[in-house]
Design a protein around this ligand. Structure first.
Ligand code: P6P
Length: 278
């Protein structure tokens, strides 16, 4: 498992450099989610695949940028699902983006997730590893990830990150979001899942929501590479993650790119979601 974490660290350092200095233009390719791929999406995916190929305990990889799974080592035991550069369209306006990794054993059901890792490429590059606890590391001048602190969510927070297009929300969802703001929560939403969820974790709590909407009835965010890893992080940090009714990590995708509505947050905020969706 540690060799996988080291491969993620090597990838993060290489992707950081690509973000800073490479072409942020669009390629000719469309990915399996229907997004036009940025050259950086493709480059980040290639970097991660190259680094993971050196790790014999990885049996296969499933990338948000590829339609199907890629076998790596027959004798491996882990499957790694990852989004190499989530929110990459934000790079050309110089906002933070991230890489998300789920390390699975025995398939890609939420219950098979063993370790979740994400990287934030912001003013500083930070790495978060969730296993038994959630630990924050920061890249130093010598390209080393140095431990900073454990991340723990409070029972109740102050931030609200409401995703998707408001005109497509169900009325009950809009009423819930408005009520949360009426209680004094502050709007914190950049359109980048990684920095938006990272901020709520570091500020002690709140709610990030990407609901079922009229334009994406099954939600937009992908279970294996985005939703399960952050659900794991939030639970290990003392919070919760649900789809409105069920615990996210009890879900089991039938296709690698399956999506789900998702709500991540402290207990108090998730309780409000349960009441809204019951
Ligand atoms: P919306 C970025 O494209 C992304 O996949 C996530 O990083 C982010 O949380 C979400 O989409 C933003 O979607 O519809 O709110 O712009």
């Amino acid at each position: 498992m540690n060799e996988i974490i080291e491969a993620i660290k090597r990838s993060a350092i290489r992707i950081k450099e690509a973000i800073e200095f490479d072409d942020t233009g669009y390629s000719e390719n469309i990915n399996s989610t229907g997004d036009t791929q940025l050259k950086l999406d493709i480059k980040s995916d290639l970097i991660i695949e190259e680094e993971f190929k050196k790790v014999v305990c990885i049996k296969e990889i499933v990338s948000e940028e590829k339609e199907t799974k890629t076998p790596l080592h027959a004798e491996g035991i882990y499957g790694v699902g990852y989004d190499p550069l989530d929110g990459s369209s934000l790079i050309d306006v110089n906002l933070s983006v991230g890489s998300i990794f789920g390390i699975y054993e025995g398939g890609y059901a939420g219950s098979n997730l063993k370790v979740a890792v994400y990287v934030v490429y912001g003013p500083r590059v930070e790495l978060v590893i969730a296993q038994d606890s959630v630990k924050l590391y920061r890249l130093n001048k010598k390209d080393e990830f140095v431990y900073i602190q454990d991340i723990v969510l409070k029972e109740k927070g102050k931030l609200n990150a409401p995703g998707s297009t408001q005109m497509c929300w169900e009325p009950k969802h809009k009423a819930m979001i408005d009520a949360i703001f009426a209680d004094g929560y502050r709007l914190r939403y950049s359109g980048g899942m990684v920095p938006d969820l990272h901020q709520i974790l570091l500020k002690g709590g709140g709610l990030f929501s990407y609901p079922a909407t009229s334009d994406v009835p099954k939600g937009k965010l992908r279970m294996i590479f985005e939703v399960f890893p952050f659900a794991f992080v939030y639970e290990k940090a003392g919070g919760e993650a649900i789809d409105g009714h069920n615990r996210i990590l009890n879900l089991n995708p039938s296709h690698p790119h399956d999506t789900t509505p998702c709500f991540f947050g402290s207990h108090a905020e998730i309780e409000r979601v349960r009441k809204c969706y019951e």
